[in-house]
Write a protein of this length. Sequence first.
Length: 608
Amino acid sequence: MCGIIGYIGTKPAPNVILEGLRRLEYRGYDSAGIVTLNNGQFELRKKTGRINDLAAVLKKSPAHGHTGIGHTRWATHGAPTDANAHPHLDQSGKIALVHNGVIENHQSLKDKLIAAGHQFLSQTDTEVLAHLIGNFYKGDLTEAVRLALKDIVGTYGIACVHVDHPEIIVGARRGSPLLLGIGRNENFLASDVSAIIAHTRRVVYLNDFELVTLTRDDFQVSTIEAATVTPQVREVEYAAEEVERGKFPHYMLKEIFEQPRVVENALRGRIVHDEATARLGGLNLSPADLRAVDRIIFIACGTALHAGMVGKYVLEELARIPTETDYASEFRYRNSPIDKHTLVFAISQSGETIDTLAAVRECRRKGHKTLGIVNSVGSTIAREVDGGTYMHAGPEIGVAATKTFLSQITILTLLAVLMGRMRHLASTRGAEILKELETIPGKIERILQQTDAIQKVAQKYCDAKSFLFLARQFNFPIALEGALKLKEISYIHAEGYPAAEMKHGPIALVDPHTPSVFIAPRNSVSDKTMANIEEVKARKGPVIVVATEGDTATAQKADDVLYIPDTNECLQPLLTVIPLQLLAYHIAVARGCDVDKPRNLAKSVTVE
């Protein structure tokens, strides 16, 4: 991990690569580097810290050339240091490599290379791969990469150059995303399309065990076994302007404010009013197949898992289908009993999350029908599942997921209506849910108008050391998500619990310095949640409540109130999460945190 860009063309490569690295900053990293080929030699620059630190090095000592590769590193093997930053060179110093992923057998390979006289300058697994490629090099760089990768156990997305071949870049992937961008008199390699979208929208997504040899005017894709591949060229569906911040100080705030449009995009063309049902193209299942489903499993990680938990509540309420959620990282190693009428959904913003992808592959290996809910067209999960649906949320740059979470919940609600109408859900109830869904964007707009008021609440509590987030039923996953957002970007310890579970242990944490955030809109369990609020107040704990507009009774029990418009109980998560996103954002800003690039985190987690 975490970001790769390669360029070969007529423009100054350092400029293109540095710009691409800036667009990859959101993925999370702790060092960056670049190497270009100029007059038969490498010009290598790398530095710990941010892209600006690398830019300062390049300003002091400029690099030149029209071919080069760059990288942002999220440390796996070896601490964040200049020596461990990518690119890495082979023993001869003529091959340079950048790499995402993990080489699991790097130590045994390194021992053999040391015995053969190789000397290493870093603690990384990547340098081992660079040396291995150099060991196989006999004049053909692509063949050397191919032979080296046959000895590798692990995952990789790589870009490789050789001083004697300034006219080519070689790339390869297994388990870590890599794509090539097709330009005019120039071509690109990247781990993420955002790195190159300013230059081209024509891309080819590499599959696992595929290599690409890139020149200025052409490219050849082949397999690790040297079989020729005819690649599919795709058109990226969004423009460069969509990955700009615009008037907003942070991408996260921009993406929070994009959520009304995101819900509209998730609903567009998917509501069938005449039949009071939903339409989800791409599932690749007949009505008979869907009616035969008697169990659903959502596998996901992080925020996507919380979306799946909301989906569980909604599906069981509207469709009466037993539904489970599972951490993909646990599911992939468990021998979970799944029968033939079970449908597995993988939820992933990037479509590249390694644990979720591995769980998908395990399901398909065992013959289970597996679908995907992803945002990235052409992503690995999107290509490997049996069917699924896209979020169409647009690029999400902030590391802390916001708008994709809302898109996931919207799609899962549509799924619940679709499955429910095939079973026991009355047309009047289905029509009611769908009609109310269409009002959600406007109601989100009303919440967003409260951002200044929420900022004041954030200022009041920004020095707290710990938070509790508490809710019941449909809103319990929102408590988990609210706690996760606060942890991710403000570094404040936070825990989410079902409100009734508080008295079974967490209430010991309540004191005058630990705020409790209750998600308590008006619904069927309001009285029960109110009792839990009283328990915290009795122990002098500060209480912040997310309440329905006009609910004065709840407001009287709270120290601070964040209001949402009234809506159907099963749709409340689409609204209750918004003030919690804003609360976390404003607390992080008040604490001086790097909101879009929180420490230790990466946007797309492609290593275990």
